[in-house]
Design a protein around this ligand. Structure first.
Ligand SMILES: [Zn+2]
Length: 168
């Protein structure tokens, strides 16, 4: 009787545990999805409220909400003075007037950026494959870069005027 009352339950429980472990299909085990895209911490971090305090509605819409200003309307669309274009969000120098060229696309265009000032991100929004450009210091949206530039670099940095601030 001891076998049925004491040993058998232990044997059955042991079988159940091993059976469960051995027959648990791999695909029902929780899988850990590793994101390849790191969440970047920018040197200059601001809350939504703080951004709204330093940016006007249009600047906020473009820089923070990744909007686009209407073509041909930007302050620096036709602007060839000598100087530097800084980020409107954080004053980080982004482009020089030497890098600016007239592209007739409706937005200020540059054939290059100041080294290390701009970062690039794949952008699949609006049904297109584009490369977004952002300020490396604050993450502000600047525009997009295309491979159809007419100069040696072959690049056209298409930038919203409201994302930049000219300093001479
Ligand atoms: Zn910035």
């Amino acid at each position: 009787m001891k076998f049925y009352t004491q040993i058998l339950p232990i044997v059955l429980v042991t079988f159940c545990i091993f059976g469960y472990i051995n027959y648990t299909p791999q695909n029902i085990k929780p899988s850990v999805v590793k994101s390849t895209q790191k969440i970047k911490e920018y040197k200059m971090k601001k809350s939504d409220k703080e951004w709204k305090e330093i940016l006007n509605d249009e600047e906020y819409r473009v820089l923070i909400n990744k909007g686009t200003e209407r073509p041909g309307t930007g302050e620096y669309n036709i602007h060839m003075k000598e100087g530097v274009y800084n980020c409107k969000g954080c004053d980080n120098p982004l482009f020089t007037s030497d890098q600016k060229f007239e592209s007739n696309c409706g937005w200020p265009s540059f054939d290059n950026a100041i080294k290390g000032s701009v970062e690039y991100k794949d952008d699949y929004s609006v049904g297109m494959v584009r490369v977004e450009i952002l300020c490396t210091n604050c993450g502000g949206h600047l525009g997009h870069v295309f491979n159809d530039g007419p100069t040696e670099s072959g690049k056209r940095y298409c930038v919203n005027s409201v994302s930049i601030d000219f300093k001479n």
